[in-house]
Write a protein that binds this ligand. Structure first.
Ligand SMILES: Nc1nc2c(c(=O)[nH]1)N[C@H]1C(S)=C(S)[C@@H](COP(=O)(O)OP(=O)(O)OC[C@H]3O[C@@H](n4cnc5c(=O)[nH]c(N)nc54)[C@H](O)[C@@H]3O)O[C@H]1N2
Ligand SMILES: Nc1nc2c(c(=O)[nH]1)N[C@H]1C(S)=C(S)[C@@H](COP(=O)(O)OP(=O)(O)OC[C@H]3O[C@@H](n4cnc5c(=O)[nH]c(N)nc54)[C@H](O)[C@@H]3O)O[C@H]1N2
Ligand code: SF4
Ligand SMILES: [Mo]
Length: 757
């Protein structure tokens, strides 16, 4: 046996931790944090360690699977693609391209193959029926950022390492390790902030672990972050505390904010959100008077009734308090793959964003960034007529557990004529597939966090090459995606067709770049650059990443004068612990892409939503009804790491958290079995009575409910838990983004069986 140590970025969550992997030949024997990683400096969480068990999991699919009725067969790649070619294109020919739906899941944001080729697959399919986990997640933030700053991922992150006052709303980084803000060892960074004398405030209907560790925790009624934040805006304006700082001269539409804010005095919003008026005032003052301060909002502010308005107000407060684009405040990352012209001091003008260019067939819901709300996927499958979805492609997704009203989606999937999934398990979703195409072992993949480094709290770049070779019967995930794409593009299923598509995708990007005026590679020969990128037989996503790095903000520009020593994939290969590109720097106005070249602080659509929905909701009060929210656990990862015994064993994690007062009212004691009902469904699970949750609110984590027939995940089935999305209501959506409301769902709770009888 040959022992060796390799370094690699963890692909499991947004924290991008560097791992030190010990191998015996190709067997992973130990996972540790990489102390020399430029970003994570040795931090890792229990999920990172569990990569070893994930790799060894006997239920992880290793060969393509074909289903006939209820029976699954191992297949060769050629057989699997032949099955797809025989069944999918005929549906497209008969019923049109929209007859195929697509769902792309969360791991795609951490997976180079998906990051580079999801688009190619979607374009080859040519369907308008595109869905993803984005509309049960961050779509509201993308919409508000798109409207304000001009692009979906122009999302400011907390400059946490230099901050003195941080308000966290609807996020629990001690469990999640951060989201839309890439910060390995988020907990450690918070603790260092506190050790420097800084203050952390958490606003959450639960006293989460982050809230426990914070200097201050404020309970908030679910779905009322927008009310609270407008209260803060009101105070900033009323007390003359507005000072735009680095945004001075760059903000368009302030008068609209001034017009709306008087509707939200602290005394008016306090009884809605449950945070008293004095606290709102003092927070506004503190945000304005602290140089290095900011508000960071995440899932609790997105997946709720006022998701876009709340996401927008987070930035509005940051702007008005002078905290946007300022060191120690909320800043924009300049990732290594952002094109050089973006980094080069543009005027901030761009096309901006447009939504609703088309509408879904059944409910006429607008698209956002090319996608329809996933909550309407079941409608599109169930409702007959031209354009009905008859076939489905899923890539790294488990919508049967992750999206609202999921019993209905489960039934809808069963009615499909054909379904193909690229995944690593036969789970609640992929059990409906006719063909499952497995992604290979993590360690066979190259890794570069194209998406997450664009939201990092430092500018960093780190590439992990494959560290074990594919076995003869394994296929890289990117090639699987391209072979599938080639089939639906009518080019056949051969590896050669996939290679041609790969070349085509690269050549088009390179050709476009050499014609971009002002680019350091303007006028270069595209063919020559492609040849250089393809040296030593390189293909696939690495070639694309190399191109992005080389033409990026820190790139070598293919040897253009003045860029010597710049980044390329080769430079990253020589730096296995990553390359630190420095602390964040102010980026206004060049980061903007709005038609005005300014921050649009009062986008029309958002103002209209404030007037039509938010202001009329100011008379809402807690009325004794219970509402449901979610939560995350450090040892869990959405729906899919539950087949790993060392992560799921121990105290059950899928429990109903309920406040003692509500428990008494329902006749429930700790550990009792409780029945929870919503408009759309019912689940039964053990109650966990705790004053760590607000009275009037109950919590169930999502991603559980693995006891469904047909699932092949032996451990997960034993620790099944219940699916909270049987309770979430597909009709409830944030109209500005199509995002599902997953927090603040009205429910009733009753005692079922007493554990103490
Ligand atoms: N009630 C409620 N519901 C929620 C949420 C909530 O807070 N509350 N959160 C929402 C959020 S934020 C998200 S992101 C979604 C997640 O929703 P999804 O993305 O639909 O669900 P995941 O559980 O992340 O499923 C990941 C799938 O990818 C597969 N997979 C893992 N690794 C690989 C790989 O390398 N390649 C491929 N091809 N597949 C792989 C897994 O087996 C699994 O099937 O859930 C949402 N649902
Ligand atoms: N261990 C682990 N890490 C993960 C994941 C995981 O499943 N497990 N999932 C990953 C994914 S896909 C994502 S998107 C991120 C999410 O990362 P986070 O945004 O940090 O998500 P959560 O940990 O669910 O924390 C959300 C908090 O919002 C609170 N909340 C609910 N409703 C409201 C509300 O109306 N207002 C306010 N202010 N708070 C509310 C909940 O009580 C909860 O504490 O985590 C990622 N990291
Ligand atoms: S925090 Fe996230 S990236 Fe870091 S080891 Fe855990 S799962 Fe991996
Ligand atoms: Mo997510």
């Amino acid at each position: 046996m040959t022992k060796r140590i390799e370094y690699r970025t963890c692909p499991l969550c947004e924290a991008t931790c560097g791992l030190e992997l010990h191998l015996d030949d190709d067997e992973l024997t130990l996972v540790r944090g990489d102390k020399e990683d430029v970003f994570s400096a040795g931090y890792l969480c229990p999920k990172g360690t569990a990569l070893k068990q994930l790799d060894a999991d006997p239920n992880r699919i290793r060969t393509p699977q074909i289903r006939r009725g209820d029976t699954w067969y191992d297949a060769t790649w050629d057989e699997a693609f032949a099955e797809i070619e025989a069944r999918l294109p005929p549906i497209m020919e008969r019923d049109g391209r929209d007859a195929v739906g697509v769902y792309m899941g969360n791991p795609g944001a951490h997976n180079l193959a998906n990051l580079v080729y999801n688009r190619v697959l979607n374009q080859s399919l040519g369907t308008k029926n595109l869905f993803s986990a984005s509309t049960v997640d961050q779509m509201p933030k993308q919409v508000s950022s798109g409207l304000m700053f001009g692009a979906a991922l122009t999302v400011p992150v907390a400059d946490i390492d230099r901050m003195d006052y941080l308000v966290i709303m609807g996020a629990n980084p001690y469990a999640s390790n951060g989201s839309l803000m890439t910060a390995p060892d988020f907990p450690g960074r918070l603790e260092r902030l506190q050790a420097r004398g800084g203050t952390v405030v958490v606003i959450d209907p639960r006293r989460s672990q982050s809230a426990e560790k914070a200097d201050e925790h404020l309970f908030i009624r679910p779905g009322t972050d927008a009310h609270f934040l407008f209260g803060v805006v009101n105070v900033l304006l009323a007390e003359g505390l507005v000072s735009l700082g680095n945004c001075e001269g760059l903000v368009d539409g302030l008068e609209e904010i001034e017009r709306l804010a008087p509707s939200f005095p602290p005394e008016v919003v306090a009884p809605v959100c449950g945070i008293d008026a004095d606290t709102i005032r003092s927070m506004a003052r503190k945000l304005a008077s602290t140089d290095r301060a900011g508000i960071y909002g995440r899932i609790g502010t997105c997946t709720q009734e006022f998701g876009t308005v709340a996401s927008w107000l987070v930035d509005v407060v940051n702007i008005l308090a002078g905290n946007l684009d300022r060191e120690g405040g909320m800043m924009f990352t300049l990732p290594a793959t952002a094109s050089a012209s973006i980094g080069g001091g543009g005027d901030g003008k761009g096309r901006g964003v447009r939504f609703g260019r088309r509408h879904s067939r059944v409910k006429q819901l607008p698209e956002f960034f090319g996608e329809y709300p996933v909550a309407t996927l079941a409608d599109e499958i169930e409702t007959p007529g031209a354009g009905q979805i008859k076939a489905l492609v899923t890539v790294a997704g488990n919508p049967v557990l992750s999206t609202p009203d999921s019993d209905r989606l489960d039934a809808a999937f069963a009615s499909l004529e054909f379904m193909v999934s690229i995944d690593i398990y036969r789970n609640e979703t992929t059990k409906h597939a006719d063909v499952i195409l497995p992604a290979p072992r993590v360690l066979t993949k190259g890794h570069y966090d194209l998406a997450l480094y664009a939201l990092a709290v430092r500018n960093v770049a780190n590439y992990s090459p494959p560290i074990i070779e594919l076995r003869g019967d394994e296929q890289p995930e990117w090639e699987t995606m391209l072979r599938l794409a080639a089939i639906v593009a009518g080019q056949g299923s051969s590896p050669e067709a996939a290679a041609a598509l790969d070349d085509f995708a690269l050549v088009s990007v390179v050709q476009k770049a050499v014609t971009r005026s002002g680019s350091p590679i303007e006028g270069r020969d595209a063919g020559e650059l492609v040849d250089e990128l393809s040296k030593n037989g390189r293909r696939g996503p690495e070639r694309v990443v190399d191109f992005m790095l080389r033409t990026g903000a820190y790139g070598d520009q293919f040897g253009a004068p003045g860029y010597e020593g710049g980044l390329s994939l080769a430079v990253l290969e020589a730096n296995p612990h990553g390359v630190d590109l420095g602390a964040l720097k102010p980026r206004l106005p060049e980061v903007l892409k709005t038609p005005s070249g300014k921050i649009e602080i009062a986008p029309e659509a958002i103002v209209a939503d404030v007037e039509s929905r938010l202001i009329p909701s100011l008379d809402r009060r807690a009325n004794g009804e219970l509402v449901l929210v979610g939560r995350r656990d450090l040892r869990s990862n959405n729906s899919w790491m539950h087949n790993i015994e060392i992560l799921v064993k121990g105290k059950p994690r899928c429990t109903l958290q309920i406040h003692p007062d509500d428990a008494i009212r329902a006749g429930i004691a700790d550990g009792d079995l409780a029945r929870v009902r919503s408009r759309v469904g019912m689940v039964e699970l053990a109650a966990e009575v705790t004053d760590g949750i607000m009275s009037g609110v109950v919590s169930i984590p999502h991603g559980w409910g693995h006891d469904m027939k047909g699932v092949d995940m032996e451990v997960a089935e034993r620790y099944s838990g219940v699916n909270s999305n049987i309770l979430t209501d597909g009709e409830l959506m944030d109209p500005l983004s199509g995002n599902s409301v997953l927090n603040g769902i009205p429910v009733t709770v009753e005692a079922l069986v007493s554990a103490h009888a």
